[in-house]
Design a protein around this ligand. Structure first.
Ligand SMILES: NC(=O)c1ccc[n+]([C@@H]2O[C@H](COP(=O)([O-])OP(=O)(O)OC[C@H]3O[C@@H](n4cnc5c(N)ncnc54)[C@H](O)[C@@H]3O)[C@@H](O)[C@H]2O)c1
Length: 315
């Protein structure tokens, strides 16, 4: 980024901490604010460890310089003073979000824009009452945002188009990959896509058609390989000699037939959950879950490093 900008992180839990790394890594000054006393300072300590991990994976050069840009502050007003942008990452509860947006509204500068990390609650549910609402939107990340660069920008009906474009520009400048929705829809893009796949995965197990393990392996050794560098539309564009229209004409009837056979959407019942849980726990005992999460993050770091090398050599 050109000139050094200040960004406020409001709520310094798992996601707020991740955002702090994104902005500080890109050269922004980052103010950390959390409603719980001591939480922002504690967050900075956890960030320090994450930065060491990123350095060990070759993803950042100087953790000390990144950390030096991150400052815990005691008040929301202090966090927001002079900030070009604020990323709200408080609890996923509509009343908590409504209250923090009232508090933000009381002290925000006239130019600051605010993105909410909200996973499912649309901005229209917690920004209608505030004067700064035209400068608010959802900016939904995937955890951790410093390894998974996607950010879903979802405007409320009253979000100004200039807000969406400015936040998009900022996100690109700090190395994220924004995608934009034209209006609110439950689950945004990522979880709507994930929902379709997950619904079908559970249904296949319920119908006794395959094990949970083989469904995971189908993604791990099949679909997921391509999906880590291109999406479903590009995948099918390259999967027929004449491109996507050719694919759609050849295989449209098959997909329509599959879709017609799976219109019922059962809620995952307890018996089914118990079956899949038993299968997963046989493969990964509960006491090894935390260790496996660390393994996942290291794999993600290795993948991020690989993708960065490939993208650099393609330039
Ligand atoms: N966990 C994920 O994988 C994930 C991914 C994407 C988005 N999100 C979204 O990000 C947001 C934060 O999730 P998280 O997992 O970091 O939660 P978290 O519980 O780890 O952290 C929330 C933080 O917000 C603070 N907080 C709560 N109320 C506050 C207030 N009024 N003022 C200031 N600080 C306050 C809490 O003290 C806590 O430190 C949620 O909206 C969540 O849905 C989560």
């Amino acid at each position: 980024m050109g000139e050094v900008s200040k960004v406020a992180i409001i709520g310094t839990g798992l996601v707020g901490r991740g955002w702090a790394i994104v902005f500080a890594r890109a050269g922004c000054q980052v103010a950390l604010y959390d409603g719980q006393t001591g939480a922002a300072s504690e967050a900075r300590r956890i960030i320090e460890t994450s930065l060491q991990d990123l350095k060990a994976s070759g993803l950042i050069g100087e953790p000390e310089a990144v950390l030096a840009r991150i400052t815990p502050v005691a008040t929301l007003a202090e966090a927001l003073q002079g900030a070009v942008y604020a990323q709200e990452s408080v609890f996923e509860k509509v009343d908590v979000k409504r209250r923090i947006f009232s508090e933000i509204d009381a002290v925000i500068d006239s130019q600051t824009q605010v993105g909410s990390s909200s996973s499912g609650i649309p901005a229209s549910a917690f920004t209608e009452h505030v004067a700064c609402r035209a400068r608010c939107l959802v900016a939904h990340p995937v955890n951790p945002p410093y390894l998974a660069p996607i950010v879903e920008l979802v405007p409320a009906p009253w979000t100004e188009p200039e807000t969406v474009s400015a936040v998009r520009t900022l996100m690109e400048a700090v190395g994220q990959e924004p995608v934009q929705m034209t209006r609110e829809a439950e689950g945004f893009l990522l979880n709507r896509l994930q929902a379709v796949l997950l619904m079908e995965a559970w249904r296949l197990v319920e119908a006794g058609l395959a094990s949970a393990e083989d469904i995971d392996r189908t993604v791990k050794y099949g679909l997921g390989l391509r999906w880590s560098f291109m999406g479903p539309f590009e995948t099918i564009d390259l999967n027929a000699p004449g491109g996507i229209a050719d694919y759609a004409r050849r295989l449209g009837p098959l997909y329509q037939s599959i879709a017609a056979s799976t219109t019922e959407h059962e809620v995952w019942d307890e018996a089914l959950i118990a079956r899949v849980e038993a299968e997963r726990r046989a493969l990964l005992p509960a006491e090894q879950l935390a260790e496996r999460m660390v393994w996942r993050d290291r794999r993600l770091m290795a993948l991020a490093q690989h993708k960065r090398n490939v993208e650099e050599s393609a330039r």
